[in-house]
Design a protein around this ligand. Sequence first.
Ligand code: SF4
Ligand code: SF4
Length: 371
Amino acid sequence: MDERKKIQREMGQTDMDHDPVEAAEGVKRQALALGADSVGIGSIDRWKDAPTQMDPRQIMPECKSIIAMAFRVMRGSMRGIEEGTYFSNYSAMGYGGITYLYMPMTVINLCKYIEDRGYEAVPMGHQSDWRSVDAWYSEGGGRLKPDFSRPVAPGRAAPDVMIHLRFASYLCGLGEIGYSYMLLTPEFGPRNRLGVILTDVELAPDPIYDGPQLCNRCMACVKDCPTGAISGEETVKVDLAGNEVEFAKIDCDACNKGFRGAEKADCELPEDRQYMSEDTRPGWWSPFYKKPKNLYNTGQAVGGARGCTRACMIQLEKRGVLRNKFKDEFRRRKPWKVDWSSEPQYPQDVAMPGESVYGDGRKTDAGDDVD
Ligand code: SF4
Ligand code: SF4
């Protein structure tokens, strides 16, 4: 007979059954160990006035607790855009890669911790492409998308319900909703991606964030947004668990183009001058002739969130209100702008298309990989 001990995943632990405080501490320790940068818990009663299409109880009627986790965008992932030379890192490592790779692993593994103990856990990241509503609250969102989906039965929401990740994070105590409509955390300011878990285990909730004031209405986000997407005058107010939260009205169309580096053209452009559609050209905040392809599905943030993230972070760091402190300031040189009306100046040592990179007269072929 084989005497080797069978090694298998432990299940059936009862350490979440009795004390919600202890259970919450266990979940939060586990979340941090699995790679979340901050974690908070909200009780389901905080969603009692949520619109049906954003109500967690529509997904899990027995939901008792919501766990929100913030995953930091590395400040270094924004360095290349800040210097104007390396744009893909923010879109890959700071955006799509976190959203579609790193965060789901942590969220799923934390769900395993909960389900190993006999409670159900819904792992949620940023899978909102199937949502049935226009999610932009700041534009009076929440409207059903036409001809998209229908409720399966009376009393049910139309699929898919969408949990508002920023509001959920606020309701779990992770931070404030800034004027820019970004979630600001006391650790990283606006540098976060967010994941959420719905579960039927009772966990002691965290208070709504009441720490040092983060957003001081400095308006740096408004000033530095290249498309004017963040209104400096018009605001939106929402009630989140009895708290009035006010933020800027966002011009979603402007942001949708602008975050990809596109500027709206006044007229229809010929194909060779189109950036991503017939009415867009590259803005002064993009060095690309055409919008580069997405990285990790959603990564196409060519603009490096110039206003809502970089400008905001710079202000918050200057005020010393963030816990993630750095030896040096983020902005070290004068911000650049691409002058699309001038001819580009390339480095002396760069091989132009068709020129040799081998030093022996051989010409590179189109598509040659020279790395
Ligand atoms: S840049 Fe200023 S006004 Fe805008 S969200 Fe940040 S702290 Fe608030
Ligand atoms: S992502 Fe860019 S365009 Fe959109 S609000 Fe932020 S700074 Fe403005």
